[in-house]
Design a protein around this ligand. Structure first.
Ligand code: SF4
Length: 689
């Protein structure tokens, strides 16, 4: 007997059919009826059944590294948070969450810290992933709305992939795109400094200067205007800011891209003459000190042409994590309110506070991820709760972040396995894992899918929403957190979204408030009497005060850190095909580690020869922030002067392979997203070759 659930890895959100064997194992297949994957799976999803079991699981609460009972542990957590709030105010505490959390868990955490503790110091590792897309959407659309759907990739004539190694990072979406190319000849352009696996299917690869994407899309906007491809009627009715955006684009230098004139001309020719264009963008755009501007440079082109929210056309931000979108929907970021309502808007704050009947509501944004750990380091944050993420490895300047966590007065970590971060915690809470917990996730095209349990919770592990409610009850708010199931949390979230809908916001799933939660099929939002799923903005209807989208004038900015004699190489970072984040689950499947077994550094043959680096030897990589030792992989997939290293290895799996220790805590001024793809480093052989 198989059951339907959803993959816990990337933002594609593939549906699964799981058949438990009754002994703690299960076979996993793709769900042929799920609209994200129609039965397809990638290597990670296929190996999910091999990752079950209790290796390294945390099975009981721990205080100071020793097992403790739940009552004592929860009392301690509540009392330490209460003490910090009493002595130093609500802004002395913080939650750091994760796109791995289910929507119900995220909702509970956001309600506790914003509505009851009364601080907006809640942020998430999604800040490292897609915050620039959120900020760009809000600037252009007045809301964090993904206009299109996955079907648009099936029906586009031209797909431009910008800063997105779709083949490795969103493999099933890539499979859909390749199938469309075979079936109908879809043209594919890849914009990426590195020649990734995705380029294998590209008709054109634009290996541009790192960070110059905004210059490319400014050039595209100028070409659209000069070649008569602007949809004057759409702009006149639905868009503001066209003239200023075009003037800024004309002032920007396409030479910044470093592209060969013929390649640039070919791209502009296709981009201006094809109506059904989808521009997919991901971390190569977002993880930048000018990420929000890059997003808006892309959105400008689609708004100018009206190629948005119609079949086969639109800008499309793909999310890294399985529930990055759900976190956005519940407002689990420092500058957001629940249900896409705005923290700065008094009417929105009053609506949420009224719905929650809560004693408090912050009126200012809280600390974003990098700021939060800086505040931990300086002692401003006295109590910190980290849920399902490993910032001691994955934050920029990871060594400094680990030291900050170690020095914090009181740190709680909820997780499923021991990590570099749980080892620094005062209290560790054992959480249920994928296959054990019940809830929902939202994928990159707004489809809400159920994760369903098929295994019992091991040891004393508990669901996250329940742990949060248990602590809230001890802090005096038992009534507001009195849920008895994830279904009740979801129903409350859906009901609150109806209020957001009445206030004119995009996120409204009030039609699901009474739904049969257990049987809930994959459902794209919004779900209201007026609209079920579909696309946004094809006929205008933006969520700005005047209902018009905003085009923004964009002046391209290159990465903050510039290479120089001491640090002459530009370091790009990213994922590999068969590992996920810090490998908590994927490392349990031996066949996944066979693809690439250890951290590596891709370097161009000319640079390797100059530095005396032989293939497969070790290189010492240093930046102003830290050092790493990586296996040398000599390849012309990277340009001279540029290197690439993957992000997955931790203190457990490769103590000197922690690449985020090299990344500077430099952020985009609008989105707060770190510049994780543009460090400057020096490289030397670990031992002479
Ligand atoms: Fe899971 Fe993403 Fe692979 Fe789908 S593409 S099976 S969601 S990792």
């Amino acid at each position: 007997m198989s059951m339907r659930t959803t993959c816990p890895y990337c933002g594609v959100g593939c549906g699964l059919l799981v058949s438990p064997d009754g002994q703690g194992g299960a076979t996993v297949k793709g769900d042929p009826d799920h609209p994200a994957n129609f039965g397809r799976l990638c290597s990670k999803g296929t190996a999910l059944g091999e990752t079950l079991g209790l290796t390294d699981r945390i099975l009981s609460p721990q205080i100071g590294g020793k097992p403790a009972d739940w009552e004592t542990t929860l009392d301690l957590v509540a009392s330490r948070f209460q003490a910090a709030i009493r002595d130093h105010g609500p802004d002395s505490v913080a939650f750091y969450l994760s796109g791995q959390m289910l929507t119900e868990d995220y909702y509970a955490a956001n309600k506790l810290i914003k509505g009851y503790i009364g601080t907006a110091n809640v942020d998430t590792n999604s800040r490292l992933c897609m915050a620039s897309s959120v900020a760009g959407h809000k600037r252009a659309f007045g809301s964090d709305t993904v206009p299109g759907t996955y079907e648009d990739l099936d029906t586009a004539d031209l797909v431009v992939l910008v800063g997105s190694n779709l083949a490795w990072c969103h493999p099933v979406l890539y499979q859909r795109l390749v199938a469309a190319k075979k079936a109908r000849g879809t043209r594919i352009v890849v914009v990426d400094p590195r020649r990734t696996a995705t380029c294998d299917s590209a008709d054109l690869h634009l290996s541009l200067t790192p960070g110059s994407d905004a210059a490319l899309f400014n050039a595209a906007l100028v070409a659209l205007a000069d070649r008569g491809a602007v949809d004057r009627s759409y702009v006149a009715q639905h868009v503001s800011g066209f003239d200023a955006a075009l003037a800024a684009a004309r002032a920007s230098d396409p030479g910044l891209t470093g592209l060969a004139p013929g390649d640039l001309a070919q791209f502009l020719d296709w981009f201006t003459t094809t109506d059904r264009v989808v521009t997919v963008y991901s971390q190569g755009i977002n993880q930048s000190s000018s990420g929000t501007d890059k997003v808006n440079a892309i959105l400008n082109c689609h708004l100018a042409t009206g190629r948005i929210g119609r079949p086969g056309m639109g800008p499309f931000s793909v999310t890294g994590q399985p529930n990055a979108m759900g976190g956005r929907e519940v407002g689990g970021l420092a500058n957001m309110l629940a249900c896409h309502l705005d923290l700065e808007n008094p009417q929105h704050r009053a609506a949420v506070q009224g719905f929650w009947a809560s004693p408090a509501m912050p009126d200012q944004p809280g600390l974003k991820a990098v700021e939060m750990f800086e505040a931990v380091a300086t002692g401003r944050i006295k109590a910190l709760w980290i849920i399902h993420t490993n910032p001691a490895v994955s934050m920029p300047d990871a060594d400094a972040v680990a030291a900050a966590i170690k020095g914090c007065d009181f740190v709680v970590v909820s997780d499923i396995t021991r990590t570099d971060t749980t080892r620094l915690a005062d209290v560790v809470l054992p959480a249920t894992a994928w296959g054990e917990k019940s809830g929902t996730v939202t994928n990159s095209d707004r489809t809400i899918s159920r994760q369903r349990p098929f295994l019992p919770a091991p040891g004393q592990a508990r669901d996250d929403w329940r742990m949060i409610a248990d602590v809230a009850a001890r802090m005096g708010w038992a009534d507001a957190f009195g849920w008895t199931s994830a279904a009740e949390v979801f129903a409350e979230h859906a009901a609150l979204s109806g209020i957001a809908g009445h206030l004119g916001r995009d996120f409204d799933i009030s039609g699901l408030a009474q739904a049969d939660y257990d049987a809930l099929p994959p459902t794209r939002w919004p779900v209201t009497a007026q609209q079920q799923g579909g696309r946004f903005f094809g006929q205008g209807g933006f969520f700005t005060p005047d209902g018009r989208a905003r085009m923004l004038p964009i002046s391209p900015r290159l990465p903050v850190a510039q290479t120089a004699r001491r640090y002459p190489f530009r370091l790009n970072t990213g994922r590999i095909r068969d590992q996920w984040h810090t490998m908590t689950r994927t490392a349990l499947a031996p066949r996944l580690t066979q693809h690439i077994a250890e951290p590596f550094l891709e370097i161009h043959p000319q640079d390797a020869a100059r530095l005396g680096l032989a293939p497969a030897t070790l290189a010492r990589v240093t930046s102003p922030q830290g050092a790493a030792i990586l296996r040398v992989a000599i390849t012309d997939r990277v340009q001279p002067g540029q290197v690439f290293a993957p992000i997955h290895w931790t203190g457990d799996t490769a103590p000197m392979g922690r690449v985020d220790a090299l990344i500077a805590p430099v952020t985009d001024p609008v989105s707060g997203q770190p510049e994780s793809k543009a460090a400057v480093v020096a490289i030397a052989p670990l031992a002479p070759a």
